[in-house]
Design a protein around this ligand. Structure first.
Ligand code: PMP
Length: 370
């Protein structure tokens, strides 16, 4: 039986091979007589799972040795508070580049913990469709050279805007300001030069595994900047010193994440999956651009390879489009409620066959309405 193609933005489709392996190991993990859910997080079985997961992630992302990988909880929204609590303890200045719904949300939360300055914004408040469709060019950025950090979102999941060039902080007049990146929706989809960042964070539920797990990759020198009120369980230094075991970590999501990391290694790693992601995104954007019915407003130079938002020019057809898609096993194509229209999320686990099925449907639906 083939499963439907799931274009949901997250929690998102996982590799079928991973789901099958988890099903097989559900009642008895490797002869232990226990499900992973039933194990002590400090026992040797789970310790082997978390250590393997961490070393696989470190290898996949080429994380340098002066960065810690932390397995935390609370998702990326909690990190919007946890990051300023950790990094703006000695210096309250936080710069943001606003490129979509997630950076907007992040900066509102950060205002509770620091002095937020919007260094650049691509908000177009008057746009009828697509209020964020570009990334401000670097010469528009007004950075503070003495900020504690700069926050950006590498891929705006709702608006479909993705960075393909990282800021050169020295050239922008802020050589000492660490860059913090919300990589929730494009982590592991492409190589990233970790040394360009002070911290990367993301919820797991797109390219990594189930929700409930947050990944934080943080440079050692940033571990000691926390505000006094930061809860111990969220203090990076404490979490790092305890190997992500200060509190009970989300054991089952970490186990599934570990299986996804192994699957990704079998695919050839991040550079290989990037090639697939490029091919998938091209197929879909080309189909949208070639049509009279569909439109994608995002500037072609920053179109996300993970989340493809598009609109039907005749919006009265939206319900028929979604019903027809569902009938063909093309699930969760409705756009975010704040943006409307459609959105196809095509993370690592979406094979090109799924995108081909969507493209065929796009053409057929357009033809039947012509
Ligand atoms: N940032 C980005 C870029 C996201 O895509 C999401 C989830 N869609 C979040 C933050 C929020 O994540 P969570 O709900 O796990 O806190």
């Amino acid at each position: 039986m083939t499963r439907p193609w799931n274009f949901g933005p997250g929690p998102a489709a996982l590799p079928e091979a991973v789901l099958r392996q988890a099903a097989e190991e559900m009642l008895d993990w490797h002869g232990s007589g226990m499900s992973v859910m039933e194990m002590s997080h400090r026992g040797k079985e789970f310790m082997s799972i978390i250590e393997q997961a961490e070393s696989d992630l470190r290898a996949l992302m080429s994380v340098p040795s002066n960065y810690k990988i932390l397995f935390m909880q609370g998702g990326a929204i909690a990190e919007n508070a946890i990051i300023p609590m950790n990094l703006a303890g000695k210096n309250p200045k936080i710069d943001f580049v606003e490129t979509g719904s997630w950076t907007t949300k992040s900066l509102k939360e950060a205002r509770r913990y620091g002095d937020v300055h919007i260094a650049a914004s691509s908000l177009d408040p008057d746009a009828a469709q697509g209020k964020y469709t570009r990334i401000p060019s670097f010469d528009e950025w007004r950075l503070r050279s003495d900020a504690a950090y700069l926050h950006l979102c590498s891929n705006e999941t709702i608006d479909g805007v993705e960075y393909f060039e990282w800021p050169d902080m020295a050239a922008l007049g802020a050589p000492d300001v660490p860059v913090v990146a919300d990589v929730s929706s494009d982590i592991l989809s492409r190589p990233m030069d970790i040394s360009k960042f002070g911290l990367l964070f993301g919820g797991a539920q797109k390219n990594i595994g189930p929700s409930g797990l947050t990944i934080v990759i943080v440079r050692d020198d940033l571990l000691d900047q926390a505000q006094a009120a930061c809860p111990s369980a969220f203090q990076y230094k404490t979490v790092a010193e305890n190997g992500s075991m200060f509190n009970t970590p989300p054991t089952y999501p970490i186990y599934i994440a570990g299986l996804v990391f192994q699957w990704l290694k079998q695919q050839g790693g991040v550079a290989a999956i990037e090639r697939q992601n490029i091919a998938k995104a091209k197929l879909l954007y080309d189909a949208l651009d070639a049509s009279e019915l569909y439109v994608c407003h995002v500037d072609p130079s920053v179109r996300s390879r993970m989340n493809v938002p598009f609109f039907l020019r005749d919006e009265s057809l939206n319900d028929a489009f979604l019903a027809g898609a569902k009938a063909r096993g093309l699930l969760q194509l409705k756009g975010h409620k704040s943006v409307g229209g459609m959105r196809a999320s095509i993370y690592n686990a979406m094979p090109i066959e799924g995108v081909q099925a969507l493209v065929e449907y796009l053409r057929e639906f357009e033809q039947t309405r012509a």
